[in-house]
Design a binder for this molecule. Structure first.
Ligand code: MRU
Length: 347
């Protein structure tokens, strides 16, 4: 039986059912999407979040778009669906998984007969993307666990678990596998301002699996590294450039700098669907900036002066030289470089 976190993104009874991640950990609520517009709103407003999960969600969104288009224009659904593909692709800008999934679905649309209902063939393609993502997570979890020695204490940031991947998890997949092998004696989770993915989601997911976790606020990480020997910092990724630069949740870069300073290994765990071979380096990654009230408020509660200026980038870029290991379903790269990544993608 799949855990609650593994049911964050489910296609059931001809609709997409999403676990509303904004409500966790205190409320378990599901949202039903029957239109592509609802799917776009769910991605934009963080009902579903995490790079692989929004990619899988967008693939199911294409199925709903095709249904609407075919109902309206049975002979012209291919022309009708183009605007929906564009809108889905732009629901959030940083994670490459969104455009990766849309490109896969676009290839299927191109080869599908224009005369006939495309829903079944697109649904099967979306399901295949979903299955492949979960399979990749499971494989990379095992590869990552091999790098972890006995009696390790690790730190993670944001949420790169089943909730974020529509299945198993990348960074948390590694942590779960290593924990099951009795290699990990302690997991610290950064709370992850401003959305608290660490405290609301990662702590919840790990405790659901009986993995003990200690929460810290993001600014405690350097002190933790000074006082306690950490073996690894383990994070996921939203987009990895062809030279190995990594975009991930804001705060990841500072963790990588701290890890370097304190001689702590820094692992990026991500499926190859998160690698963008079309960009040279991290400077080309668009960093999403979100509304100011995400920093000045928590839910309805304000804790900043009304007229305070705010800058709210929600991702940052960690330069490749700060990464000790890039763990993917195809294998592990120590100290990622352009040529190593190229070879991995070809393998
Ligand atoms: O803003 P979010 O919650 O979508 O950000 C998620 C992250 O940054 C994750 O670390 C990343 O998507 C990797 S998830 C496997």
């Amino acid at each position: 039986m799949a855990s609650l976190a593994e049911r964050a993104v489910v296609w059931q009874d001809d609709k997409l059912i999403l676990l509303d991640q904004r409500k966790l950990p205190h409320q378990i609520q599901f949202i039903e999407c029957t239109s592509v517009q609802q799917v776009i709103a769910a991605i934009r407003h963080m009902v579903v979040r995490g790079a692989p999960a929004i990619g899988v969600t967008a693939a199911y969104g294409v199925v709903l778009a095709a249904r609407t288009c075919f109902t309206r224009a049975p002979d012209g659904w291919k022309a009708c669906i183009q605007a929906h593909l564009q809108a889905l692709r732009h629901a959030r800008p940083t994670a490459v998984n969104l455009s990766w999934a849309i490109s896969r679905m676009r290839e299927v649309i191109t080869t599908t007969n224009e005369n006939g209902d495309p829903e079944a063939v697109l649904l099967s393609a979306a399901r295949a993307i979903h299955r492949t993502e979960v399979r990749a997570n499971k494989a990379l979890g095992e590869h990552g666990a091999e790098l972890i020695s006995n009696n390790s204490i690790v730190l993670t940031h944001c949420n790169a678990g089943a909730l974020a991947t529509a299945g198993h998890g990348t960074a948390l997949g590694v942590i779960r596998s290593a924990y099951r092998q009795n290699k990990i004696t302690g997991v610290y989770a950064n709370e992850t301002r401003p959305w608290f993915q660490g405290s609301r989601l990662t702590a919840w997911e790990l405790l659901q699996d009986n993995v003990p976790v200690t929460l810290i606020c993001d600014s405690a990480a350097a002190s933790l590294m000074r006082r306690q020997k950490l073996a690894w910092v383990i994070v996921g990724a939203d987009r990895i450039a062809s030279n190995g630069d990594v975009a991930n949740k804001i705060g990841t870069y500072s963790l990588a700098v701290m890890a370097h300073q304190h001689n702590v290994n820094f692992m990026v765990a991500a499926a190859t669907s998160s690698i963008d071979m079309e960009i040279e380096n991290g400077d080309e990654i668009e960093i999403e900036e979100r509304p100011h009230n995400e920093i000045t408020h928590y839910q309805q509660h304000s804790f900043a002066p009304e007229d305070a200026r705010v800058w709210n980038p929600v991702f940052d870029v960690t330069p490749a030289p700060l990464v000790t290991a890039l763990v993917t379903e195809k294998g592990v790269i120590g100290k990622p470089t352009r040529s190593r990544i190229k070879a991995l993608m070809r393998s």
